[in-house]
Design a protein around this ligand. Structure first.
Ligand code: C2E
Ligand code: MG
Ligand code: MG
Length: 737
């Protein structure tokens, strides 16, 4: 039996007729060491061992958290315990009121145990039965009210205000022991999306599981459920990092498929001895810096972060002045069409040029404005400026490519953002399709149905909606099933991973392919090298954005560029539909153009050689080609296509054959054979992709399906001559030499 009491002591206690128990505190739980006969009778426990199982088993669920906390605090801090709670009756017909009284005893081996005496005060009644019973029932109800005020219903943990009281006691206790108290702010990010995916009941279950883990790690009376997916805890610094490491590991195992990273901000009393409330605020600041990380992690508060707090204060206090005095500038970053290298969109990005603090990038003010729910002021201001700038460009006779603006989650809480934007755009007389709305993936994770409705409202009004930073979170693919975006903007982390290994290329290729199959346009942001741009063009990513092309520019700089490059650097909006088609062919996927042809050539080339050519009369130019096609061209024609300029050139008569001509004129899908200079016969496929209504240029996609070596030529030529006899009447296309 338990080592704190001898066998004789236990036997002695077991003979007592009054209901009493001897307990000890054991790893955040209370363990019964010995129970009297009166106790067993009172709770209908026949055998010995059952008593030692779950002491709280029959306690009313509403009274359990309070009783547990009272017991643990009593065991830790001493003094007396006096509690009243409800306990299920033996026959299950209701509850009776139990009064518990206890004090701590020091036993011979130096350990402390609790002696608890219990009395049965009769049945619990909502109504009035006897005066005494009524008094106890009232007392239970008072306690219930106290519990509701002090404890969180969902998790049973203390709520924030009660936690502050408990944390203050704990802080003083740790300091008395020469320890270093730490206050933790804990963000279980991703719960909103989890709720959306699995339902609220499952979400609540997850929260309770997390609560149990947290209670096991720090003790239930040292934790608190702040709200939704936020928790707090107080602990001693010693061993804290190890404890957090274990917590992260165990949580990862519990989560299995649903990834719910835990972010922890920690305020250590070492920095400054501050009251619990302030320590909590500082822990939260440290935690907020972990936003956007998708792995469980922790961060200690530092005085540099405090500077951030001062900056926050400055930003919030100065926003109105900054807006009215035009300290906030709208910069534009051009977005390039992959196939023609022209600017096809411009993204509006805010810059705060402050008379005191100088140049501030969005990262230095947007998170504060978002948190404070003030970002709508900035976003509507940016829109108004964009509309003003569009009108200036119009007056100067520039092409007006679509301009995209960024929205944040709290925009939608502050006002009816869809309506606010519509009114301003219509009043400015700017066509709605000239303003695209960028919404980040992280916005969608919260309040899924609400955001979906807002997106659909924008689209119904004619505003294209783009998903910004696609792939930066973990919700992307799920979201795509429910929300039809007009465009996916791949997060710049894809570009960073592109050069790491082949996997990065495969993943991006497949994602672009998926977007193409869904009929969704694509942009990759963060393009910084020529290699990246070429690869993206090859896989059919239709638009590119990044420092390789241009950094965000002020409006003045943008205008200078517009005036210099007016009709050269910018895409004529009337040609946009055509270019969208040309970009939309994935050169890694022959299915897109030749659905029924077997791709045996894949043995010789890792991908089917494919290209897109543009035809203008007898002139052609290669607009897009994959590496296999470039290898093929180099082998047979000795020409490196990657070195060719963008100009149209007179085409070799053999290449500009009847097939291509027919394909251009009639738009038929055509299979044909071609004899190479070395005598090989190349079997290809061509189809018209689109016609540029402004220039009359026609885009044709060509795929090489098979190549027969010269030693096979005799037989092939024989077959060809037979087929030629039947000429153009043969189904499947024409044959030329
Ligand atoms: P975003 O919308 O994803 O914008 C792209 C960010 O990447 C911009 O940073 C841009 O300058 C930067 N960038 C572009 N090309 C490259 C590149 O090749 N390499 C690297 N390393 N970075 C590149 P910026 O302007 O600092 O904006 C940061 C974020 O702030 C934006 O991300 C957007 O989420 C937010 N933001 C900016 N302006 C506004 C605004 O007016 N309203 C709202 N709500 N958010 C805004
Ligand atoms: Mg953006
Ligand atoms: Mg982005």
């Amino acid at each position: 039996m338990k080592k704190e009491l001898s066998y004789e002591q236990i036997r002695m206690i077991e003979k007592i007729h009054q209901p009493i128990v001897i307990c000890r505190s054991y790893t955040q739980d209370v363990e019964i060491l010995a129970a009297s006969e009166g106790f067993r009778e009172m709770f209908g426990v026949a055998g010995d061992e059952k008593v030692y199982e779950n002491i709280y088993k029959d306690v009313h669920p509403e009274d359990t958290p309070g009783l547990k906390n009272a017991a643990l605090r009593f065991m830790a801090e001493g003094g007396l315990i006096q509690e009243i709670y409800r306990c299920r009756k033996k026959d299950g017909s209701g509850y009776r009121v139990i009064r518990l009284y206890g004090e701590l005893l020091d036993i011979e081996d130096g350990t402390r145990v609790a002696l608890l005496c219990l009395t049965d005060e009769g049945d619990y009644h909502e109504g009035n039965v006897t005066e005494l019973n009524q008094a106890f029932s009232q007392s239970i109800r008072d306690k219930q009210v106290e519990n509701t005020v002090r404890y969180d219903f969902l998790t049973g943990l203390p709520n924030l205000s009660y936690f502050f009281e408990l944390a203050e006691i704990e802080r003083r206790f740790v300091l008395d022991q020469d320890g270093l108290p730490a206050l933790l702010y804990i963000d279980l990010s991703g719960m909103k999306f989890y709720n959306h995916k699995y339902g609220f009941a499952e979400g609540d279950k997850m929260l309770r599981r997390f609560t149990m883990l947290l209670s096991r790690t720090f003790g239930p009376e040292r934790c608190c459920h702040v709200s939704a997916d936020r928790f707090a805890a107080v602990a001693e610094e010693k061993g804290l990092e190890e404890r957090l490491g274990r917590l992260f590991e165990e949580w990862q195992q519990i989560c299995e498929d649903g990834h719910l990273p835990v972010r922890v901000g920690i305020y250590l009393n070492r920095t400054e001895d501050v009251p619990v409330g302030m320590a909590y605020d500082r822990a939260k600041i440290a935690c907020d810096t972990l936003k956007g990380l998708y792995a469980s992690s922790f961060k200690f508060f530092s005085s540099e972060l405090n500077e951030g707090l001062e900056n926050k204060q400055y930003i919030l206090e100065t926003l109105d002045e900054a807006l009215s005095k035009n300290w906030i500038h709208v910069y534009y970053q051009p977005i390039m069409r992959a196939v023609n290298g022209k600017v096809c969109d411009e993204e509006a990005l805010a810059r705060w040029i402050d008379p005191v603090k100088g140049f501030l990038s969005p990262a230095e003010f947007i998170p504060y404005l978002e948190d404070a729910g003030l970002i709508y002021k900035l976003d509507l201001y940016v829109l108004e400026n964009v509309l003003k700038h569009i009108r200036i460009k119009e007056e100067k006779g520039c092409y007006i490519v679509p301009h995209s603006i960024n929205l944040s989650r709290s925009d939608f809480d502050a006002c009816d953002m869809v309506e606010e934007i519509r009114q301003r755009v219509d009043a400015a007389g700017v066509p709605r399709d000239r303003i695209s709305i960028e919404i980040t993936e992280s916005i969608i994770g919260s309040d899924f149905e609400f955001i979906k409705t807002q997106i659909e409202r924008f689209q119904a009004l004619g505003f294209p909606v783009w998903m910004d930073d696609f792939g930066s979170g973990y919700s992307s693919l799920d979201v795509l099933q429910s929300i039809r975006f007009d465009l996916l903007k791949f997060d710049m982390s894809f570009m960073r991973r592109l050069d790491e290994n082949e996997d990065g290329r495969i993943i991006l290729t497949e994602l672009v392919k998926m977007a193409l199959a869904l009929g969704i346009d694509t942009i990759c942001e963060g393009v910084e090298t020529e290699d990246q741009a070429r690869f993206l063009q090859e896989i059919g990513c239709s638009k590119l954005q990044g420092f390789y092309f241009s950094r965000p520019r002020s409006f003045e700089e943008t205008m200078r560029y517009h005036m210099e490059q007016k009709f050269v650097g910018y895409e004529n909006p009337e040609e946009s539909a055509y270019y969208k088609l040309v970009c939309g062919v994935n050169l890694y996927d022959v299915d897109v153009i030749a659905r029924d042809e077997q791709a045996s050539i894949k043995n010789a080339y890792s991908t089917l050689p494919m290209c897109i050519i543009e035809v203008q009369g007898r002139k052609t130019r290669f607009v897009r080609s994959n590496q296999s096609y470039r290898d093929f061209f180099l082998r047979f024609f000795g020409l490196d296509l990657s070195r060719l300029g963008p100009e149209f050139v007179d085409t070799d008569a053999a290449f500009m054959n009847n097939v291509i001509k027919t394909c251009c004129d009639q738009g038929v899908r055509t299979f044909y054979d071609e004899k190479m200079p070395d005598g090989s016969i190349v079997h290809s496929f061509a189809c018209r992709v689109g016609i540029n209504s402004v220039t009359g240029t026609i885009a044709v996609a060509v795929a090489v399906l098979s190549i027969r070596e010269p030693n096979e030529k005799l037989m092939i030529e024989q077959i060809m001559s037979v087929i030629e006899t039947f000429g153009e009447s043969m189904p499947g296309g024409l044959f030329i030499y």
